[in-house]
Design a protein around this ligand. Sequence first.
Ligand code: HEM
Length: 415
Amino acid sequence: VTAATATRPQPLTAAANLLANRPELILAVTRPLRRLGPVISAGRSAIVIGHAAAHEVLARHGDFTVAEVNGPAMARYNGPFVLGMDRSEIHDRERAILQRSVHPDDPERIRSTVRADVEVLLEAARPEGTVDVVGGLARPTATRLVASYMGIAGPDEATTMRWLRAIFYGCFLNVGDDPGVRQAAQDAGDEMHVHMDALVARCVAAVAAGDEVPDTLLSRLVRLRSDPATTLGDEAIRRNLGGVIVGAVDTTSKAVAHIVDQLLRRPDALASARRAALADDTDELARHALEALRFNPINPVLARVAARDTEVANGRSAVRIRGGSRVLVAILPAMFDPAAVEAPMDFRTDRAADTYLHFGAGLHTCFGRYVNLVQIPELLGALLRLDGLRRADGPDGQIAYDGPFPDRLVLEFDR
Ligand code: HEM
């Protein structure tokens, strides 16, 4: 499974992808801007590069909204979903129902599922002594979790991966409104909906008949219909689960590729991460993962629209932002703000948890956080326990991107 788009992207889309995958460049461009303050506002645009200001903008979801940013594309390719909605009755109801479908012991279940899937994939890689971190490990593992835990197995794994990547690209990253990206997202969405509608209908019928059904987010959403307060119609189950799974795969594989790439650039950090892996210390591995990802996050920027004329604190004064402005919350530079992050260029695993903005903040905080904090350390730990882990020679050992998504990163290890 490779390109989400058959056509060459338009210049603006290509430029956005290029910039998004060059964190050093983003930091170099934003560093001199710091003397202008944590928020720079001009006309109907604003960029937020301060850490406290980024938290403030994400927390003020009534003033800085997402519906205009994500709503139309989500509606086109998936159907309405919480990440494309501002605070409203339907948002609150659906977010609460999704939350109800998660059970307290899910992280442990996810851990054992992921561990077993990773073991199988690495066992297959062992005779060659090489592994593609993306296509041979993280992407299929996350896709298998979508099947086993979320209850959505596509016709085959390659098709599921193609659908999820194309829809994610179309919903969130098609900066230049590239027609090839749009078409691929539309086609994938149409195909996935037909498939998911059938899965939902089958599950509804099986639950109604009292048949035994696997315990998944899908079957839980169906069972939650026994209470009117938590009833979602078939179509609402499909678009809510659709939104969740679209966010679940390429995010994970991008994070793992970026984390491994950053660790391989830092022998000391790689060595301490390996010690944590060998000790099976998930918390310490997660701290390494979050810190490594700070140097190359999966979303350097989160977008909002100012709902009205407003202000954001800027030391003792305030920055005015005009209603209707597009506000870019640049979480990458925010995580390097020297006013909030001590010695930002240093790799440290003892930073406060709120240093990291990887999963957003406020109303739209990542729903998959509980998955990520287990799945990513599991993937990372299994890789780091391999002896002699190193990059493959030449371009294979560097991340190859398919548009905004890491598609391949080949590592070698001692067999
Ligand atoms: C490293 C992996 C991941 C990262 C870095 C990540 C990051 C994010 C971020 C930054 C947001 C907020 C976007 C915004 O405020 O504009 C978000 C929202 C969301 N994420 Fe993730 N995500 C990851 C993995 C996942 C996974 C595995 C799932 C599913 C299990 C998931 C599901 C969601 C959903 C449903 C939302 C929307 C939440 C809402 O609007 O209420 N994400 N994610």
